[in-house]
Design a protein around this ligand. Sequence first.
Ligand code: 5RP
Length: 215
Amino acid sequence: MDELKLKAAQAAIRYIQEGDIVGIGTGSTTNFFIQEIAKSNIAINGLVASSAATLQLLHDYNLPVFALNDVMLDVYVDGADACNDMRQLIKGGGGALTQEKVLAAASPKFVCIVDITKTKGFFQHFVPIEVIPMAKGHVAREIVKLGGRPELRLNYTTDNGNVIIDVHGLDLSQPMTMESRINNIAGVLENGIFANNYADILLVADSDNVSVIQG
Ligand code: 5RP
């Protein structure tokens, strides 16, 4: 699968231009993209990281890094755990969903890079939710009312000091509605449904080629 993730990452390079400020997601696919950016000769202005892990990798490659508060993004590149043909995503497998959604919202262009396996099972996928620790019991009870089965991600704290509740069994037939409903629960910081902030361009790598899905 790494081979396909690398292919998707390589295909995303064509969306990066000289002088760009590039937001960068979190995960193994975006790690390949960071490697490709470092190898390329494109004179980008700099990058904005979505997590401590991504920030560390950017430093390891000696790439120029900015804080989001100091710059305007030109493009955001990230992977996903699942996607549908409307370019809506489920993210947060790596726990960085809140910063990822902020960067997706702050960027005029969101390029999502996935291997073909991510195109299967969107509607059955669990939804990660970042929750402030004192609210986890309350949030879990409200999630049950929405039809979900909450499971606390064990031994895990987000970069923001919060917990992740992975929610199984939700009805995702109306992703935008479910995204809003979950975020309306007091104590929820953000959830991993990217239906309002869907990808502008979805690059899907399979063994033959990379498909470009866009509006
Ligand atoms: C992290 C994410 C990742 O984009 C998602 O988990 C995909 O990861 P990978 O590229 O390793 O398959 O949402 O919060």
